[in-house]
Design a protein around this ligand. Structure first.
Ligand code: GDP
Ligand code: MN
Length: 384
């Protein structure tokens, strides 16, 4: 789950890090009231789950109530890279002397956490890293050991920070790493981490991604979850515990295993169709899971046909076939379904389906046959 800036800053502040939590506003009146309360200059910041808000005009420093109102008018309702701004964060403006970049994330290939620090913050860090890789200092952190004060000081020195900034950032990094671990975050990114005119180090922005696998031990995440601007199809899928990503096409896809589902999307493209979604039902394909998957996929108006692609390993073809039939008995699925079964007990599965095949339930021997059939059916259904 990606947090909005103000939510991310709450995570940092709760861990004792210097991050202003400000005030959230949803109307121009609320913006002005919040700015008045904080005093001027204040800053009004668009809250959307996408970077580059500053460049898009979504961050404005305001000197008085009239400017606060104007910033509220301009930013609320603004579209930033396809995200409509519904909420802004209002906080006292910061007197910025220098901007840095700091982050912690996983390095899966190294099986370690990775910390990044750069003296060139405030701007697009990917561009900095691309133009001048040496401008971004890195440190791998062992999850057992954590980030030591020595490793933090070394990172700061390698990033080229000096003076008050070096001391302040070195002191902050171990706490930031601990906060990233304690929050069960996949990513904590602070850009910019600033040195103020007064010599303090402050997190002026926060991008925090929480690891959904840890949600069970964080009841406090529920409030943030409710504020997520999920695609309604994705919300339905999540409520049913399905691994679903909505796409724009017309062929609904259900498969077992992320790799197979990705391959299915490719095969549908090769057949000159377009996938309506990604849905991995994982191992096992009980009737309940299959019914939930079929009904979520079919609830998308754009879906003209559903392709069920199962390669049995631990999952058995006969169970999948029975699951599909039971699902069809309990759920009213509109679009035709094309099934391709292979692997463990595929023959048995196809035999079970054989007696039930019709225009709305077809079985195909291979993945490409199934994709071609699904694309033809989807085109037929979608185009009048
Ligand atoms: P992003 O563009 O979406 O990453 O949004 P940021 O929160 O990083 O803000 C973008 C830029 O706005 C920062 O790099 C700062 O230069 C500027 N900015 C943000 N807050 C303040 C503030 O309180 N005072 C001043 N002077 N500038 C700010
Ligand atoms: Mn930023």
């Amino acid at each position: 789950m990606d947090l909005l800036e103000y939510q991310g800053k709450q995570v940092l502040a709760a861990a004792g890090l210097p991050a202003s939590t400000g005030t959230v506003a949803r109307t121009v009146d609320e913006v002005v009231a919040a700015a008045d309360a904080h005093g001027y200059p204040a800053v009004v910041k668009a809250q959307v789950r996408v970077g580059g808000r500053g460049k898009a005009g979504g961050v404005k420093v305001v000197a008085d109530a009239a400017a606060a109102a104007a910033a509220g008018e301009a930013i609320l309702g603004m579209d930033i890279k396809g995200h409509t701004v519904e909420v802004v964060l209002v906080e006292p403006a910061c007197d910025i002397a220098a901007e840095y970049y700091a982050s912690f994330t996983f390095d899966r290939s190294a099986r370690l956490h990775l910390g990044l620090l750069s003296a060139q913050g405030g701007v697009d860090i990917e561009q900095v890293a691309w133009r001048d890789p040496s401008a971004v200092a890195r440190v791998h952190v062992d999850p057992i050991d954590g980030l030591s004060d020595e490793a933090a000081a070394d990172l700061v020195a390698r990033a080229g920070l000096s003076g008050a900034a070096a001391d302040g950032v070195a002191a902050l990094l171990p706490t930031l790493f601990a906060a990233y671990v304690a929050a069960d975050a996949d990513l904590v990114e602070i850009n910019p981490l600033v040195l103020t005119g007064g010599g303090e180090v402050v997190a002026l922005d926060a991008k925090v991604t929480l690891d959904d696998n840890a949600a069970f031990r964080h009841p406090e995440w529920a409030e943030w979850r409710a504020s997520e601007d999920l695609d309604p199809r994705e919300r339905r899928a999540r409520d049913k515990g399905l691994n679903y990503v909505g796409l724009d096409g017309t062929v609904g896809i259900i498969g077992n295993g992320a790799g197979l589902v990705m391959a299915t999307l490719d095969v549908v493209s090769q057949a000159e169709g377009s996938a309506a979604n990604f849905l991995d039902i994982g191992g096992g394909a009980s009737a309940e899971v299959m019914a939930a998957a079929l009904s979520v996929v079919a609830s998308d108006d754009k879906v003209g046909a559903i392709l069920v692609n199962i390669f049995g390993g631990i999952t058995r073809g006969d169970e999948v076939a029975n699951g599909i039939l039971q699902a069809l008995a309990v759920a009213d699925i509109g679009p035709p379904i094309v099934v391709r079964l292979d692997g463990t007990n595929a023959e048995e599965g196809r035999a079970i389906l054989a007696g039930h095949l019709s225009d709305s339930l077809r079985s195909e021997p291979t993945m490409s046959d199934a994709a071609r059939t699904a694309v033809v059916l989807a085109d037929r259904r979608v185009s009048p």
